[in-house]
Write a new protein. Sequence first.
Length: 194
Amino acid sequence: MDIKTMILGFLMRGSMTGYELKKRFSLSFSFFSALSYGSIYPALKKLEQEGLITLKVEVQDGSPNRKVYTISDSGWNAFLENLRTPFTLERQKSAFLARLFFFAHLTREDRLATASRYLESIKEMQKTLAVLEPEIRDRADEFQYLSYRFGIRFFDDLAQNVKEVLRELESKKPENNMPSPQKGTLVKRKEGAP
């Protein structure tokens, strides 16, 4: 789902300022989506140009004016059409899996360090999600909370997979050799070679 559709989804519940949308986005999608909330304001501008939302500027004394966004009828229809459109399994992008594929070119210590750092980043995300659980539970509807719980299970499974990789890496005997570029076979490194 792209950022414009997500914004329309938030606006289905009522009008919001850009700041309110950023807050909602950071509380929900930032953990499960690669989209950044920095892309919200450009998306709002495009949605307004496309007639899918309207903008009302509320003048305030002593404070910056509030820009309040409201979904239009065509935005409502576009959101529902997008939500109903069939989709296929999306390809997962994983920097860790790409690196793991080439671990033969690292020393045992580097492999263990890389996998351990990745596991620690997953654990940090799990802690953050656990802290936010009461607020999400109190504010989310049943489907939003179901999405949150799905995300929790996703990170639990990811942590278990990385722990399994670490166990396998730890069980490998240390080697003094580095792999050759051909078919991953090991060759002796020459003194002074990079």
